[in-house]
Design a protein around this ligand. Structure first.
Ligand SMILES: [Zn+2]
Length: 351
């Protein structure tokens, strides 16, 4: 694991390395940027560099071999704490923040300092944010805290003003293309480029879309919603939910897949809207064109805007961890309400 090796974050790495060299390293950092561009990986790499017991003074290059480095890589370093929003919670509980502050107040076990990563800082409540302020204002010597969030607007100004903000941008398409090829996730260069474009600068999203099962489901869903025949909303809901649940055992995996697929529908409806308005739609997957043109021909721009808004609401609800079966059922119902209008219904599979 090398923090310097996180693609697209070379500039951030340079700035941090320079401030370390000058002895001006900040005690609190906020890594802000879109999901899936490597913020957490970068934070872990930085933790390893700082907790490395064999690096040259003034350098932030982890050796990768000393006990400190090995423990960070193995998630067993006693002076590294990583916390995130619990799976079943909509917010980061104040209790989590208090525990983190208590942990910071204790002396380091191995080295001169302690390092904590707080992911999902977007979901800090005001109460939880306030619980942080004392630790942020008077950090124990050698303590470094990294908050990870998707947008600065979401963090409270009182938190932001005490952190050095490091911005992460969406990754350039060629960087993600290369990463997909390196990891053997795309059959050829053209496929890697298509997946990278679909990911819109998020490596994590491109990697999820590279799963052949996801690709097949996405294709089938878009073609079905663009087809001239109507569909049964309960059947669609059941199919979507089953597919989300196939992503793994954890509800986090179901939701991640849910957000991914609903996000793909948002893009699909958007491209239909742009087609209908005579614009040149951004359409990273050329195979979406027939369904998107058919939808544009069958529906008014108002309908398509309503569909896009409905997708955004579903994405928000899934992110907010509302009960997934209900979110999906009402989503499919509302899609049907717009899309089935004037279509011939095929309701053979309605339970
Ligand atoms: Zn080391």
């Amino acid at each position: 694991m090398s923090w310097l090796g996180v693609k697209g974050a070379e500039r951030a790495a340079d700035i941090l390395a320079e401030s370390w060299r000058r002895g001006r390293f900040p005690h609190a950092l906020a890594f802000v940027g879109p999901h899936g561009v490597g913020k957490r990986t970068f934070a872990r790499g930085l933790a390893q560099a700082i907790l490395c017991e064999a690096r040259a003074p003034g350098s932030l290059a982890a050796c990768g071999l000393c006990p400190g480095c090995v423990q960070v890589a193995g998630d067993t370093h006693p002076d590294l704490l990583e916390v995130e929003r619990p799976q079943d919670k909509q917010d980061l509980p104040v209790q989590t923040v208090r525990e983190l502050c208590d942990w910071f107040a204790l002396k380091p076990m191995r080295g001169p300092g302690k390092f904590a990563i707080l992911d999902d800082a977007d979901h800090l409540t005001t109460e939880a944010s306030n619980a942080f302020l004392k630790t942020l204002e008077e950090p124990p010597p050698g303590a470094i805290l990294v908050l990870i969030a998707s947008a600065v607007e979401i963090l409270l100004p009182t938190i932001l003003s005490r952190c050095q903000v490091v911005r992460f941008e969406s990754l350039p398409i060629p960087v993600v293309t290369e990463l997909l090829i390196e990891r053997g996730l795309a059959g050829d260069h053209a496929e890697a480029t298509r997946l990278a474009a679909l990911g819109e600068g998020s490596a994590a999203k491109s990697i999820l879309l590279a799963d052949p099962e996801v690709g097949r489901f996405r294709r089938g869903l878009i073609d079905q919603l663009g087809a001239a025949e109507g569909f049964s909303p309960p059947e669609l809901a059941a199919r979507m939910l089953a597919f989300f649940r196939q992503a793994g055992k954890e509800s986090l995996e179901h939701r991640r897949r849910g957000v991914l697929i609903v996000g793909e529908l948002t893009r699909f409806f958007r491209s239909a809207l742009e087609t209908g308005l005579g614009l040149d739609p951004a359409r990273p997957d050329p195979d979406d064109a027939p369904a998107s043109s058919a939808l544009a021909a069958d529906h008014t721009p108002e309908d398509l805007v309503a569909l896009i808004e409905r997708c955004l609401l579903a994405e928000y609800q899934i992110e907010r961890r509302l009960y997934l079966p209900l979110v999906v059922e009402s989503f499919a119902h509302d899609l049907g309400g717009v899309l089935n209008r004037g279509r011939e219904l095929t309701l053979a599979t309605t339970p």
